[in-house]
Design a protein around this ligand. Structure first.
Ligand SMILES: C[S@@+](CC[C@H](N)C(=O)[O-])C[C@H]1O[C@@H](n2cnc3c(N)ncnc32)[C@H](O)[C@@H]1O
Length: 353
């Protein structure tokens, strides 16, 4: 049995069942035994868009340059990535940005990363750009910023509530048979929450906090924030907690700390929180259309022509990112900007916004 499982069992024996969010936070971020702290398995347990094709980061590099120019080409700005993983997306973005030396010389690269293991990998990939690491966005001094996050919000721990008879109860992690970890329901919640007709709710407690900090920055100093992640564009997620190990979906309770854990992003709440905080939201829009409008097909063909031996793989990888049957529809993009900003590249006015 893993040390983290023993520790979870001790905590539950001592304090009683814990919320799904507390369980998820320990599994991902426990300093000694958490998944991201000790054995982040990008490329092994799960694969993200920048790890599938360099075209993803290259297009986002072009996007960032376009937005910096639309912001009036500030002489100093922060390029901030939330949860950079192995740094692949940012490395591809900054290689593309060599075509805009003024952008590079105005930029201070800042990486928000919880995992010390991944911070070391990011320094290897991006050290030439002298990045600074931060535990949270609120640590970064004020200034104009382009903020970008791919598959970051889906790691935020979620609380789950379900209707049981005429009461709401919170889903918890406690003991089942033989002291094995099991999902159960907490006591009835009083007063009953007013949440309309739904019979299950999933809330990422940290989502609103992240969006409020981002919105405060954009309003005060200008900038853009681009979130790319999976989740429905027209509904609140309800019961989407999943765990992945070696590319396969596994029982989240079986090997805590040994697998990635994730939940769909609530784009509707992201959007309404941002609007309530006084910034404009473009999207959520499907990733496929966004990447195609930035030139995914043209870049794939160019790369394939230059690398005939691997042309089929290059085209297939980009297809995976944009195809509606694959990541093109399931992944969404949402951009936040200050009131009055022009529609960002990839978000047609009145179309995708
Ligand atoms: C699913 S990985 C995505 C990595 C990368 N963006 C990519 O697309 O390949 C999630 C990243 O977010 C980081 N992360 C997760 N939760 C975090 C938090 N609360 N604060 C800072 N970083 C976090 C992880 O360590 C990891 O770098």
């Amino acid at each position: 049995m893993s040390e983290l499982k023993r520790r979870l069992q001790r905590a539950i024996r001592h304090d009683g069942p814990m919320s799904v969010a507390a369980f998820m936070a320990m599994c991902l971020h426990d300093r000694e035994h958490g998944y991201y702290a000790t054995r982040p398995g990008l490329g092994r347990d799960f694969t993200t868009a920048p790890e599938i094709s360099q075209v993803f980061g290259e297009l986002l590099g072009g996007w960032a340059i376009h937005e910096w120019q639309a912001m009036g080409s500030p002489a100093q700005f922060d390029l901030i990535e939330l949860g950079p993983g192995r740094g692949a997306m940012m490395a591809d973005m900054l290689r593309t940005a060599r075509m805009a030396p003024d952008f590079l010389s105005a930029m201070q690269l800042r990486l928000v990363e919880a995992s010390h293991a991944l911070r070391a990998v990011q320094l290897e990939a991006l050290g030439a750009h002298s990045p600074t690491h931060h535990a949270g966005l609120e640590e970064i001094p004020p200034g104009p910023a382009i903020i970008i996050a791919n598959e970051f919000l889906d790691c935020l721990p979620v609380r789950q509530f379900v209707v049981d008879g005429d009461k709401w109860r919170e889903r918890q992690v406690g003991f089942g048979d033989n002291e094995e970890l099991a999902f159960g329901l907490g006591p009835p919640l009083e007063p009953m929450m007013e949440i309309g007709a739904a019979d299950a709710v999933e809330l990422a407690a940290g989502l609103e906090a992240v969006v409020e900090v981002v919105a405060g920055r954009l309003k005060a100093n200008g900038g853009r924030a681009l979130f790319i992640d999976y989740g429905p564009g027209d509904a609140h997620p309800t019961d989407t907690l999943r765990a992945f190990k070696a590319g396969a979906q596994v029982d989240p309770l079986a090997e805590p700390g040994a697998c990635d854990m994730t939940a769909d992003v609530d784009f509707l709440t992201l959007r309404s929180t941002a609007e309530a905080a006084g910034v404009v939201a473009f999207g959520p829009a499907p990733q496929g259309g966004f990447l195609m409008s930035l030139g995914a097909a043209q870049r794939a063909e160019q790369l394939a022509r230059a690398n005939p031996a691997t042309a089929d793989q290059i085209i297939a990888a980009v297809e995976k990112l944009v195809s509606p049957d694959d990541m093109g529809e399931r992944f969404k993009v949402l951009c936040l900007a200050p009131d009055g900003a022009p529609a960002p590249a990839g978000f047609a006015v009145g179309g995708m916004s």
